[in-house]
Design a protein around this ligand. Structure first.
Ligand code: ATP
Length: 207
């Protein structure tokens, strides 16, 4: 399976933000998107996720994902991806575990169960708390647990380590590396080193 972007252009509020972006990402690969504030990193991720239309060009999935007994098809980028944006996309009044169960059901069962995923991000034992009670870093860690309970090979990550402490950053680097080793793909926008190997896409200066 490959993620192919050809001649992608993005605009916001009618103004062009970038143009001519192209890449091909294979299974097991990561693409690290860097660039100054306003250069269009979030816009690019949102276009890939299908949350914004491309102003020009296209992005698509080709082929099937290799699995032990053959191949698994993901008919669209939207069906293959899990988008982790600046917002964590969790309901504050629901418990952490309820939020994760929602995403697990929505995205298809991932490799880990809810409790196991919470243990993995260092939040074991707090699944019963309302998400709204968590600290900023704990919220981000719970959002990362969302990736682990979901069956989505393409992780689209916008500043994924914002708010994380050093130990959590290191733990997340290991999770990203393992996801790629298992055949997954990652497109991550960041200002900080993520501790995962990948190709770099540098977006230009804004405006
Ligand atoms: N809804 C919107 N309407 C109009 N312009 C917008 C909108 N959202 C973003 N923009 C503009 O689009 C440009 C690209 O924004 P984007 O968030 O993609 O940049 P970024 O590279 O992710 O920035 P940062 O590093 O600050 O997160 C910016 O100039 C921003 O002001």
């Amino acid at each position: 399976m490959r993620l192919i972007a050809e001649n992608l252009g993005g605009e916001r509020g009618g103004d062009a933000v970038f143009s001519g972006i192209g890449f091909a990402l294979e299974e097991c690969q990561a693409l690290i998107v860097t660039g100054p504030n306003g250069s269009g990193k979030s816009t690019l991720l949102r276009i890939i996720a299908g949350l914004l239309p491309a102003a020009e060009g296209s992005v698509r999935i080709e082929g099937v994902m290799k699995v032990e007994d053959g191949g698994e098809a993901f008919p669209s980028v939207a069906s293959a991806c899990h988008y982790l944006g600046h917002q964590n996309a969790m309901k504050p009044a629901l418990s952490v575990a309820e939020n994760l169960r929602f995403w697990r059901d929505f995205n298809g069962d991932g490799q880990l169960g809810v409790e196991e995923a919470l243990e993995t991000v260092g939040l074991g034992g707090i699944g019963h708390l309302p998400f709204g009670y968590l600290s900023t870093g704990q919220r981000r860690r719970a959002a990362i647990a969302k990736l682990l309970v979901s069956h989505r090979p393409l992780w689209l990550l916008d500043e994924p380590t914002a708010g994380l402490d050093k130990a959590s950053e290191g733990r997340f680097a290991g999770l990203m590396t393992r996801h790629c080793a298992d055949g997954g793909m990652i497109v991550a926008a960041t200002h900080l080193p993520l501790g995962v190997e990948g190709m770099e896409l540098r977006m230009g200066e804004a405006g």
